[in-house]
Design a binder for this molecule. Structure first.
Ligand SMILES: Cc1cc2nc3c(=O)[nH]c(=O)nc-3n(C[C@H](O)[C@H](O)[C@H](O)COP(=O)(O)OP(=O)(O)OC[C@H]3O[C@@H](n4cnc5c(N)ncnc54)[C@H](O)[C@@H]3O)c2cc1C
Length: 334
C-alpha cells in the first residue's frame, strides 16, 4: 500500500481508490476539509513527491494551482508513495462526528428568506464541536443538508442555525412550509475544519455574505473564552447582503468586533453605507494585510472572489480560511 508522508513528519497508508483525505481521517490524521466533493478547495495540499490518481474533478483549484502541484485530498488517491505539504490539525482536539437525534425548539423568521432554527438534544446527550464547524441535518425522508452551527458550544446543548430559504429547494421547502416545533430530526457532526486557528496578536478579519454570518457568529462567541495572550490584536467584520433587512443580526451588540462594515448589493436610496462586493469594500478599508488572518464564509462565488482578491493583495494563503455554502445538489454528505 502506498505511504503518504506529510511535512509535519506524520505518515499514513492509503489504500485502493479511497481518497487521500479519507485515508488520512481513517488513520486519525486530521487535515482541513469541508465539502468532500472537489469543489470548495479546503483540502488542498501540495505534492512534493509521487503520483496521484484523479477520482473526481478538482473544481476547487485554479489552473495555476494545478500547474504548481496543488491537489485536492478529497479528489485524488495515491498511485505511489507520496510526500505532501499540508496543514496538519493534529494538535487540535477535533471532536469525532456522530449521529444524534434532536428536536426543533425555535423556528423564527430572520428576514424575508431566512430562518433561525434552534434544536435541542436529548437530556443526557451532548454534541461536542468547535465554533465554526457545521453539521449535516437529516430531515424527513432522510434528506441531508449541511448547516453551520451559529453558536459556540452552549451549556444547555442547544444548536442554532441560520437557514436561507431557496426557491424550489427541497430542504428549504421543509423549513418554510412543514417544520413544526418539536419535530424530530437527526444531526451528523461535527463536520469540517472551519474554526479559528492561532489568532494571537493578529488582525482577525471575517468576511461573510448572507447566512454565511452563522459560523462567523459562532467564532466570535469563542473569542471571549481565549486567554489574554491568545487574543487577536483587532477584529473586523464585513458582512454583505442584498438589502438591509437581510443583515438580520445586530452586530454592534457583539462587543469584540471593533470595526463592522455592512455592505449591500441592492440597497435602496436611503442606504448610506457601503455598496458592492464584500472583497472590494474590504480592501478599501483594510489594504494592509501583513498581520491579517481572514475567515470567509458565504456562496462559492463570493469565496472565489474574496480569495483571489486578498491573495493578490498580499495575504499568504496559509492565513486564508473559508467555508463555501455549496449547493447540496452535488454535495455528498459523508
Ligand atoms: C459546509 C456547508 C455549510 C452550509 N451552511 C449553511 C448555513 O449555515 N446556512 C444556509 O442557509 N445554508 C448552508 N449551506 C447550504 C445548505 O447546505 C443547502 O445547500 C441549502 O440550504 C439549500 O438546500 P435545499 O434543500 O433547500 O435546496 P436544494 O434542493 O439542494 O436546491 C438548491 C438550489 O438548487 C436549485 N435546484 C434544485 N434542483 C435543481 C436541478 N435539478 N437543477 C438545477 N437547479 C436545481 C433549487 O432551486 C435551489 O435553488 C451550507 C452548505 C455547506 C456545504
Amino acid at each position: 500500500l502506498p505511504t503518504v508522508s506529510l511535512n509535519s513528519g506524520k505518515s499514513f497508508q492509503s489504500s485502493g481508490d479511497i481518497s487521500i483525505l479519507d485515508a488520512a481521517l481513517k488513520s486519525d490524521i486530521r487535515l482541513p476539509y469541508s465539502c468532500k466533493t472537489g469543489r470548495c478547495g479546503t483540502c488542498r495540499c501540495r505534492v512534493t513527491r509521487g503520483i496521484t490518481k484523479l477520482l473526481c474533478d478538482e473544481f476547487g483549484l485554479t489552473d495555476e494551482e494545478k500547474a504548481n502541484n496543488w491537489i485536492l485530498g478529497c479528489a485524488r488517491c495515491a498511485a505511489t508513495d507520496l510526500a505532501l505539504e499540508v496543514e496538519d490539525l493534529g494538535s487540535l482536539a477535533i471532536p469525532p462526528a456522530r449521529v444524534i437525534p434532536c428536536r426543533i425548539s425555535v423556528l423564527e423568521r430572520l428576514s424575508n428568506d431566512s430562518l433561525k432554527v434552534v434544536v435541542r438534544l436529548p437530556p443526557n446527550e451532548r454534541l461536542d464541536f468547535i465554533g465554526g464547524q457545521y453539521v449535516s441535518v437529516i430531515g424527513p425522508g432522510g434528506i441531508r443538508r449541511s448547516y453551520s452551527v451559529a453558536n459556540a458550544p452552549r451549556q444547555d446543548n442547544t444548536l442554532e442555525f441560520h437557514i436561507r430559504l431557496l426557491t424550489d429547494g427541497v430542504m428549504s421547502h421543509y423549513w418554510a412550509k412543514e417544520a413544526r416545533l418539536n419535530d424530530l430530526l437527526r444531526l451528523h457532526g461535527p463536520l469540517g475544519t472551519f474554526f479559528l486557528r492561532d489568532v494571537a496578536a493578529r488582525d482577525l478579519i471575517f468576511l461573510a455574505t448572507g447566512t454565511g454570518f452563522a459560523p462567523v457568529k459562532a467564532m466570535l462567541e469563542t473569542l471571549p473564552g481565549l486567554s489574554e495572550h491568545q487574543q487577536p490584536r483587532s477584529v473586523m467584520l464585513v458582512w454583505g447582503a442584498r438589502s438591509e433587512t437581510d443583515l438580520y443580526f445586530d452586530v454592534n451588540a457583539i462587543s469584540c468586533v471593533q470595526r463592522y462594515i455592512p455592505v449591500l448589493s441592492r440597497g435602496d436610496l436611503s442606504w448610506r453605507g457601503e455598496r458592492g462586493y464584500v472583497q472590494d469594500v474590504f480592501l478599501r478599508w483594510a489594504p494592509d494585510l501583513h498581520n491579517s488572518v481572514i475567515y470567509a464564509c458565504g456562496s462559492d462565488a463570493m469565496i472565489r472572489g474574496v480569495k483571489s482578491a486578498v491573495l493578490q493583495a498580499g495575504l499568504p494563503v496559509q492565513r486564508f480560511f473559508s467555508d463555501a455554502f455549496l449547493s447540496s445538489n452535488h454535495s455528498i454528505d459523508k
